[in-house]
Write a protein that binds this ligand. Structure first.
Ligand code: NAD
Length: 251
């Protein structure tokens, strides 16, 4: 007998890729809990199927408390998508710019926040028969870019975390995979290209030229792959990194 679907936690679900994941889960009639430092737009909470908890995912105690609250409130947790993240600053803020607090924040949010969530959710999932965890990395764990060293280091950590956690958690019925997005038009990417003095049109044109599929990605492009990895359709996949980059990494 297949268990009734439980709840999926989406960190960073208030904006960009995370918001698209939440909308996709809503469309499938699934129960969702958003953990974010910013509240989601009202329409995302309108149908009562989405719970919002204000939570800074860089704080392990706060993450643990939020996951326990979700479990108490809605029961079984069987999905996690870690979409909370901050950008890697602009090309003018690279190695030698002594922006240590920014470097620490980038690693904290993009890597350690994902670790705390994976740990808390894995414990909850193991007690409930398993689940699926999807971490959001970046193609910048595979491809270098000036000004993005701290971000690339954090995203490289996401791939390592995915592989070892997949091995460690397999016998508890928990799958762990990650997606590596390329250039996606979201509030985060907007902050980056605006800091570099580019308009949205200029950025879209520049990215389209660097991507074999000749267009910039949208949050829904990434969400579709996250939803596949959360779903039992990907039930024989664990430890995988899937690029969602329009072919940027190979072209
Ligand atoms: N946009 C891109 O081009 C791109 C490319 C590759 C990877 N990514 C990754 O995709 C993920 C989502 O990015 P996005 O583009 O949708 O960005 P976004 O800025 O639209 O959304 C990020 C969300 O994370 C939340 N957040 C930030 N810090 C947090 C914290 N400490 N605790 C809880 N929530 C926090 C924000 O409030 C926001 O809702 C990130 O991990 C990012 O690194 C994005």
């Amino acid at each position: 007998m297949t268990a009734e679907p439980g709840t999926t936690i989406v960190s960073g679900g208030s904006s960009g890729i995370g918001r698209a994941v939440v909308e996709g889960l809503q469309g499938r009639g699934r129960s969702v809990a958003i953990l974010d430092i910013h509240p989601p737009p009202d329409d995302l909470l309108a149908n009562g199927q989405v719970l919002f908890l204000e939570c800074d995912t860089t704080d392990p105690a706060a993450v643990h408390e939020a996951v326990a609250h979700v479990a108490n409130q809605v029961g079984r947790i069987d999905g996690l998508a870690t979409c909370a993240g901050i950008g890697g600053a602009s090309a003018r803020q690279g190695i030698g710019s002594s922006q240590w607090d920014r470097v620490k924040a980038i690693v904290n949010v993009n890597l350690l926040g994902s670790y705390w969530l994976l740990e808390s959710c894995a414990v909850a999932m193991a007690g409930g028969g398993g689940g699926s965890i999807v971490l959001v990395g970046s193609v910048l764990s595979r491809k270098g870019m000036a000004g993005m060293s701290a971000y690339s280091a954090a995203k490289g950590g996401i791939e390592g975390l995915t592989r070892s956690a997949a091995v460690e958690l397999a016998d508890r019925g928990i799958r762990v995979n990650c997606v590596l997005p390329g250039p996606i038009l979201t509030p985060m990417s907007r902050t980056g290209f605006e800091a570099d003095g580019l308009s949205v049109e200029q950025w879209i044109e520049r990215m389209a030229r660097s991507v074999p599929l000749s267009r910039v990605g949208m949050p829904e492009d990434v969400a579709a792959v996250v939803l596949f990895l959360l779903d039992e359709a990907s039930g024989y996949m664990t430890g995988a990194s899937l690029m969602v980059d329009g072919g940027a990494n190979v072209g």
